[in-house]
Design a protein around this ligand. Structure first.
Ligand SMILES: NC(=O)c1ccc[n+]([C@@H]2O[C@H](COP(=O)([O-])OP(=O)(O)OC[C@H]3O[C@@H](n4cnc5c(N)ncnc54)[C@H](O)[C@@H]3O)[C@@H](O)[C@H]2O)c1
Ligand SMILES: [Zn+2]
Ligand SMILES: [Zn+2]
Length: 371
């Protein structure tokens, strides 16, 4: 079939164009996409800053309706509303059996190379050049073919756009707090970076009962979103000489937990320097993904600090995505405030521009008329 998609032919080159999509194979599902979140990982991928190389179709946060299923599919049927999960774990390798589905052993040779889990692709350009599927998902399109391992059904009461952002930003941001750092209530926390992921960590800190919660960003416009979502205090780190000292001052000795959704050399150092002795700095952002980063070893050791990475919020998708959907339905995760703007697929470049300029919290592509 033909469908429209956000295509990256070469690093830095984005086009919205008609592509060919082959039918789902045995264990695969064809989804009519309704919503796709715009994540900084899409922008990193467009620019060639992560592992997946073009040519590919972008997108990994998304939700829609199943249109067709392969002969062996059991997890969903045509007409089901689903969220696409970009961690199609095998659930049977030793790592999955250890509960680390986010690190499933088959992801490295398939998903992280932008292939479906059988190592192939169903997408190609109109003239027949094969296109890969970002994170086995390729959700920035009107239709997507994914393996059923990458599908989680959603209740009728959850809007597509909410399910879409739960698929990456919320899973990553809340998961970093709840699953990776296992944050406890009543202690100070800070989030560095107030995009979709960092604001989700802020909501995760609220859910965990951290107090007070400080939001840090270099843009006042982003701090305003954090305030609206419940940050107790804010810090524009570009306006102070020593942001770590400011953070320690605001929290009576430093946050117990810092969640860095920027992940640059400077913010990783800030996270480690700011946490109180015995505290935990959790790094989520990927801005320094291909770099070596210096940290103050003395402070780490002598102050008994923990520095940990968090990939995909340490989630087990089939267990944790329904939990997050339930927390939204129960009013515990006010995600409506996370989505600040909708765009048609053709305006994806504008969404990226707005994300970088700090005009939006999370932007979402509306991919079907009723989304
Ligand atoms: N670990 C994971 O599994 C995972 C999953 C999804 C996304 N990510 C990564 O998380 C990062 C954030 O994603 P996003 O979609 O929220 O991005 P975003 O661009 O929407 O938000 C980033 C925020 O950080 C702020 N910022 C930039 N530099 C800063 C600095 N030096 N100090 C303080 N704030 C600064 C920006 O103003 C912005 O508000 C990206 O690198 C993305 O690739 C990681
Ligand atoms: Zn993402
Ligand atoms: Zn596995």
């Amino acid at each position: 079939m033909r469908t429209r998609a956000a295509v990256v032919r070469e690093a830095g080159q984005l086009t919205i164009e008609e592509v060919q999509l082959a039918p789902p194979k045995q264990s695969e599902v064809l989804v009519r996409m309704h919503a796709a979140g715009v994540c900084h990982s899409d922008l990193h991928t467009l620019r060639g800053e992560l592992r997946a190389e073009p040519p590919l179709v972008l997108g990994h946060e998304g939700a829609g309706v199943v249109e067709a299923v392969g002969s062996s599919v059991t997890r969903c049927k045509p007409g089901d509303r689903v969220v696409i999960n970009w961690l199609p774990a095998c659930e049977c390798c030793p790592t999955c059996l250890n509960g680390r589905h986010n690190l499933c052993e088959r992801l490295a040779s398939t998903t992280f190379k932008a292939l479906l889990i059988d190592g192939t692709t169903r997408l190609s350009t109109a003239e027949g050049m094969p296109l890969k599927h970002m994170l086995s998902a390729a959700t920035m399109a009107e239709h997507a073919v994914v393996d059923e391992a990458g599908i989680v059904p959603i209740p009728d009461s959850v809007p597509f756009e909410i399910a879409a952002v739960i698929g990456c930003a919320v899973a990553t941001g809340v998961g970093a707090v709840i699953n990776t750092a296992k944050a406890l209530p009543g202690v100070p926390a800070a989030v560095i970076g107030c995009g979709g992921v960092g604001l989700s960590s802020l909501l995760g800190c609220k859910l965990a009962g951290c107090n007070p919660i400080v939001a840090v960003d270099v843009l006042d416009s982003k701090l305003a979103f954090a305030k609206a979502l419940g940050a107790d205090l804010t810090l524009n780190s570009s306006t102070v000489e020593k942001p770590a000292r400011e953070l320690r001052g605001l929290t009576g000795g430093g946050p117990e937990y810092v969640f860095d959704s920027v992940g640059s050399a400077a913010t990783i150092a800030l996270a480690v320097n700011a946490v109180r002795p015995g505290g935990t700095a959790t790094i989520v952002g990927l801005h320094a993904a291909k770099q070596q980063v210096e940290i103050a070893a003395g402070a780490l050791v002598l102050q008994n600090k923990r520095l940990i990475g968090s990939f995909a919020g340490s989630i087990r998708p089939r267990l944790d995505l329904p939990k997050l959907l339930g927390l939204y339905q129960g009013g515990r995760l006010p995600l409506d405030g996370l989505i600040s703007k909708h765009y048609p697929l053709d305006a994806l470049d504008q969404a990226f521009d707005d994300m970088e300029a700090g005009n939006i919290a999370r932007g979402v592509l509306a991919l079907a008329p009723q989304a």
